[in-house]
Design a protein around this ligand. Structure first.
Ligand SMILES: [Zn+2]
Length: 478
C-alpha cells in the first residue's frame, strides 16, 4: 500500500528537508522501517535500540494515535497518511557567534530564539530591524499585534488611534492597564512598548486615519496592518494601500468569529475585490454592539503579526489569495480561495478610483441620496423634543443587562427582539425616539417603524453613550 509519511520540521534535517515521504508498506511498523532504510539518520530519532518507538515520538495514522489502534501492527489502507509528532521543547544556546551585523550584542541576546531558527537567523533579524509597519487602530487587534511586533524587533512601528482607553477595553486590549483609562491609546501604547523593547522606534499618531492624512502616513511604512473596527476606515486603509502599492494585512473579529488575509500582495485581491460595497448601516453590528470574546482578537492578531514577520523575512507562504476563517466556538480554522476581480474599480484592469474619497458617505453614514425617513437627533435635541412634545416616548431597545448598567430616566424598555410584537401599542403619528448603546440597533428599529408607516420616528444619534457624554456624565459608560 502506498502511504504518505509526514515529517515534522525538527526531523527534516534527517530527510534532506523533505516534508513528506511516500512509502510502500503493509502496516505501520513496516512503513517506519522503510522510512529508516531510506533515511538512516532518522532511525536513532524515532526508534530505541530494541526497534521500539521512542517515548517522546507519537505516530498518528489518519489522525488517530496508533496506540489506540494496533500500534505498529496497524494495517495500512491505500492512500493513507502517517504523521510523526515528536515532543518539542524549545531552543538551546546559540552555536556560533555571528559577526559583521547591525545588531548589538544586547539585541543578539534578546532575539536569540529567532536567531536559532535557520529560516530567520541573523539576516532575518536584521531585516526585521530595518522594516517598518503601520498598525491602524490600537484596539482589540492592534494591541496584541503591536506587542508581538515590538517583541519581535520590528525596527519601526507606527500606531494610529485617536481614541482614549475606556474601562470596557481592558477585557481584550491587553496593552493597557487600569492606570491608562482616560488616556490616549496611541500615547499609552508608545510608552508601554518602549518598556518592552527600547531597541525599536515607535511612532504614535494621536489621531484618526482620514482621507486627508492617510497617504502621507501610510507612505512611510513597508506594510500596513488593518486593526480597525468600522467599514469607512477599512475601505480607506484598503484604497490607500492599493494607491501606494503597500500590502494590507487584514484582520476582523466579531463575537466568536475571525477573518484574516493579506490584501494587495503579489497579484492578490484587495478588500474591494472581496466586498465591492459595504453593508447598509445598521445591518452588521459592530463589536461594541454585538460583543466579542476577549481572547478572540489575540488569535487573529497573532496571524496578522505572523504574516508581517514572514513577509519581511521572505519565508513561508503568505496568506494572500486566501481568506482564513476562524470559529472559536467550534475551534475550527478554514481557508477559502479568494481572487482578484479584474473589474475591481480600484485594483482591476481599468480602475475608476484613483484618489481617496468620502468613506463616511460611501458607507452610508452621512448625507447621501438614501437619506433615512426617520429623524436623527443629538441628545440635546431629544431632550428639547421631550419638553416640547410631552407625548414623545423614549424607547430603549437594548438588552436587559445593558439597561442594568445605565438607563436614561423615564425611558421605556422594549428589547429589540420584542419590538415587532409591541409595535401596535403606538399610534402612527406618536413621536417615538429610539435609542440603543451607540445608535446602530436603534436606527434599524427606526427603519422598521418607517416601513410600517409610522411618521414621527426619531433616532438618538450616538445612543446612550452620547447621552452620558453630553447630558449626564455621572452615568456609567460601557
Ligand atoms: Zn480590488
Amino acid at each position: 500500500m502506498n502511504v504518505i509519511i509526514k515529517i515534522p520540521s525538527p526531523l527534516r534535517r534527517f530527510t534532506q528537508e523533505a516534508s513528506q515521504v511516500e512509502i510502500e508498506a503493509k502496516h505501520v511498523g513496516e512503513a517506519l522501517e522503510q522510512l529508516c532504510l531510506s533515511y538512516p539518520e532518522i532511525k536513532r530519532q524515532l526508534l530505541d535500540e530494541h526497534g521500539e518507538l521512542r517515548n517522546f515520538v507519537n505516530v498518528f495514522y489518519n489522525k488517530v494515535d496508533i496506540r489506540t489502534l494496533q500500534g505498529k501492527a496497524t494495517l495500512l489502507q491505500p492512500d493513507s497518511e502517517l504523521r510523526i509528532v515528536p515532543a518539542i521543547a524549545g531552543g538551546s544556546g546559540l552555536e556560533n557567534s555571528p559577526f559583521d551585523t547591525i545588531l548589538s550584542s544586547d539585541e543578539l541576546s534578546r532575539y536569540n530564539r529567532h536567531l536559532l531558527l535557520p529560516e530567520i537567523g541573523v539576516k532575518g533579524q536584521e531585516q526585521l530591524k530595518q522594516a517598518s509597519v503601520l498598525v491602524v487602530g490600537a484596539g482589540g487587534l492592534g494591541c496584541p499585534v503591536v506587542l508581538y511586533l515590538a517583541a519581535a524587533g520590528i525596527g519601526r512601528i507606527g500606531i494610529i488611534d485617536g481614541d482614549i482607553v475606556d474601562e470596557s477595553n481592558l477585557q481584550r486590549q491587553i496593552l493597557y492597564t487600569i492606570g491608562d483609562v482616560g488616556s490616549s491609546k496611541a500615547d499609552c501604547a508608545e510608552s508601554h512598548l518602549y518598556q518592552l523593547n527600547p531597541y525599536i522606534k515607535i511612532d504614535s499618531y494621536r489621531e484618526t486615519l482620514s482621507s486627508e492624512n492617510a497617504l502621507a502616513i501610510i507612505e512611510q511604512y513597508d506594510f500596513v496592518i488593518d486593526g480597525t473596527d468600522n467599514f469607512p476606515t477599512r475601505y480607506l486603509v484598503n484604497d490607500a494601500c492599493v494607491l501606494l502599492h503597500k500590502p494590507n494585512i487584514y484582520g476582523s473579529i466579531f463575537r466568536f468569529d475571525g477573518q484574516a488575509t493579506v490584501f494587495n500582495y503579489k497579484d492578490g485581491p484587495c478588500y474591494r475585490c472581496l466586498y465591492p460595497e459595504p453593508p447598509p448601516p445598521g445591518l452588521v453590528p459592530s463589536c461594541a454592539e454585538g460583543g466579542v470574546l476577549g481572547v478572540l482578537p489575540a488569535i487573529i492578531a497573532s496571524v496578522q503579526a505572523t504574516e508581517a514577520i514572514k513577509m519581511i523575512t521572505k519565508i513561508g507562504k503568505p496568506l494572500n489569495q486566501r481568506l482564513l476563517l476562524y470559529d472559536a466556538l467550534n475551534m475550527e480554522f478554514d481557508s477559502l480561495a479568494i481572487e482578484k476581480n479584474p473589474n475591481c474599480p480600484l485594483c482591476g484592469e481599468q480602475p475608476t478610483i484613483t484618489t481617496l474619497g468620502d468613506y463616511q458617505q460611501f458607507c452610508g453614514l452621512s448625507g447621501s441620496e438614501n437619506e433615512p425617513l426617520y429623524q436623527q437627533m443629538t441628545p440635546e435635541q431629544v431632550l428639547a423634543q421631550m419638553v416640547a412634545e410631552p407625548a414623545t416616548v423614549l424607547i430603549d431597545v437594548r438588552d436587559p443587562y445593558e439597561r442594568a448598567i445605565c438607563t436614561i430616566p423615564g425611558s421605556l424598555h422594549i428589547p429589540m427582539q420584542d419590538i415587532e410584537l409591541k409595535m401596535a401599542q403606538f399610534s402612527v403619528e406618536q413621536p417615538l425616539v429610539f435609542h440603543c448603546k451607540m445608535g446602530g440597533r436603534s436606527a434599524k428599529v427606526c427603519q422598521q417603524f418607517i416601513d410600517k408607516g409610522y411618521t414621527n420616528i426619531i433616532n438618538l444619534n450616538g445612543g446612550i453613550l452620547a447621552w452620558v457624554d453630553l447630558i449626564d456624565p455621572t452615568m456609567t459608560r460601557y
